[in-house]
Design a protein around this ligand. Structure first.
Ligand code: GAP
Length: 492
């Protein structure tokens, strides 16, 4: 599967548009269109329901994006949230030096009378020992030595642009959970272990963003800070290590539950030398994106680093009173951190299928019904018949009290079905002559409609009065075969 196919489908069918496209676009910023916004909010909704609403040990917050600038000093972002950057002296392109190192390079070796070699990524020439010095974009310009570049977006709070009013757009949602630790603990009277969750925007001035919505400068995160008592043991293991493994399993299971193929998911343990300054252990869940295996989310054991840092810089105690041991402890924290946009890209890529149906190509997004942007499309078989159109509009309005449901009469039925397949709508309802009858011939309708299921393309004939109950069953997780067994196939 090629990323261009997803980019093109996204634009054509209203999932994702390039930001400010009519002005030539804004670097690596993307806008979610009418279907994209539904898909994205469904992802966030099920994440919140499964990891916050349904758990007794979780609560949520929604913090402001602009925080006190000292937050970023305490967290280490001002000093450490950098990427090494190199510039081409010729074409002025800017790269992350680790990305340049990850590319093979062409070298005319002076030690072998200028023979041409393609040297593998990250390696020096085996003959002269020289490392890559030329730009991978233009191939001519010398690259500068790496310099550290801070990824935070700087701005000014208030009307005066002076050093004292500098502040930053948050580069992660996590810090607000640490800063609000005591507020949440006291207001909710929580006992360890417990977690605070937040979903919201983050901003990073990435040096080399790209690959569609995979790496952007403005994105959304769904993060959890799960606090545990470091003195506790669970199943004979330190509580932080136990809970770290539990969260890895739960997050993997969550992605599979909503449709990601097990073979497209894997875990990657961070090597000791790549661990972030705060982490005792980090495991990434990687997905086989169209660009190859890459990080979908990270699950880190951040120890007590953040609470201790904020305590030090704010002068406020951020501890928990352990009733049993009669002592104050600084909790350890396990952090499952996912990107909403990356999750959306993975769900789209995994759902995408091209199938052959009676000699025609059918493109279908096999979204999990909970994620599908539209749940039902109501389609009149004949748009010239007022009674059919009226009945279809009434059905749409009734179903739309519960789900996102659309009406479409802008093409023949075969084309309408294909359009809904392409955006992943799990069910279509078709209203036809049999439904409403033919008053001119004195024929009354049967008040039944046809439901077509996206994946099997099977159809059943059901009473209009039962539609809401049927969709409630199906959209609550019942198998199509279980429901379809109760109803006949349409005639003809
Ligand atoms: N609080 C920890 C943290 O922010 P991270 O690995 O830097 O960890 C977590 O980010 C997740 O956020 C990533 O796994 C990814 O899904 C998403 N993410 C990070 N940077 C991103 C970017 N520039 N564009 C899109 N998503 C991004």
């Amino acid at each position: 599967m090629n990323m261009d196919v997803l980019v093109s489908l996204s634009k054509r069918r209203g999932f994702v548009f390039q930001s400010s496209e009519i002005y030539g676009g804004t670097g690596s910023c993307w806008d979610y269109g009418p279907l994209g916004v539904e898909l994205k909010s469904n992802i966030k909704r099920v994440w919140w329901r499964d990891f916050v609403q349904s758990r007794a040990d979780m609560v949520g917050i929604d913090a402001s994006i602009l925080m006190h600038p000292t937050v970023w000093k305490a967290s280490g972002h001002l000093d450490h949230f950098t990427d090494p950057m190199v510039d081409c002296r010729e074409c002025k392109h800017r790269f992350r030096s680790d990305h340049v190192d990850a590319l093979p390079w062409v070298h005319y070796c002076p030690a072998t009378k200028g023979n041409k070699f393609t040297i593998p990524a990250g390696e020096p020439c085996g003959h002269c020992g020289q490392r890559r010095t030329l730009c991978p974009e233009c191939g001519k310009g010398e690259l500068t030595a790496p310099r550290q570049f801070n990824l935070m977006f700087k701005t000014f709070m208030g009307p005066v642009e002076e050093d004292a009013s500098v502040t930053y757009l948050r580069p992660e949602t996590a810090q607000a959970m640490f800063v609000n630790f005591d507020n949440v603990l006291q207001s909710m009277r929580l006992k360890l272990p417990f977690g605070i969750a937040q979903a919201g925007r983050s901003f990073r001035n990435e040096i080399t963003p790209g690959n569609f919505i995979f790496r952007t400068r403005e994105f959304e995160q769904m993060e959890i800070e799960y606090f545990v008592n470091p003195n506790d043991r669970v199943d004979g293991r330190p509580a932080d290590e136990y809970w770290h493994d539990r969260w890895i399993e739960d997050c993997m299971a969550w992605f599979r539950r909503y449709g990601l193929t097990a073979g497209n998911l894997r875990l990657r343990e961070h090597e000791k030398d790549e661990l972030a300054h705060y982490a005792k252990r980090t495991v990434d869940i990687e997905y086989k994106f169209p660009i190859g295996w890459s990080e979908l989310m990270g699950i880190a054991n951040r120890t007590d680093f953040d609470l201790k840092q904020h305590s030090k810089w704010s002068g406020k105690s951020l501890t928990y009173f352990d009733d049993e041991r009669k002592e104050h402890v600084v909790p350890y924290v396990v952090e499952p951190a996912a990107g909403v946009d990356r999750a959306l890209l993975a769900f789209m890529a995994d759902a995408y299928r091209e199938e052959e149906v009676r000699g025609d190509k059918r493109v279908v997004l096999k979204f999990h019904p909970e994620l599908a942007p539209l749940k039902v499309a109501v389609l009149p078989l004949l748009k010239k018949r007022d009674d059919i159109v009226r009945a279809a509009h009434t059905i749409r309005a009734d179903l739309a009290k519960h789900w996102r449901v659309v009406y479409d009469d802008t093409a023949a039925i075969g084309r309408l079905y294909r359009r809904q397949d392409e955006v992943g709508t799990p069910y279509c309802v078709t209203v036809d002559v049999q439904t409403v009858g033919d008053s001119e011939r004195g024929e009354t309708g049967d008040s039944r409609v046809t439901i077509r299921e996206r994946d099997s393309m099977e159809q059943i004939r059901v009473p209009i009065a039962e539609l809401t109950a049927i969709f409630r069953e199906l959209l609550d997780g019942a198998a199509w075969s279980q429901v379809s067994a109760r109803y006949p196939a349409p005639r003809g």
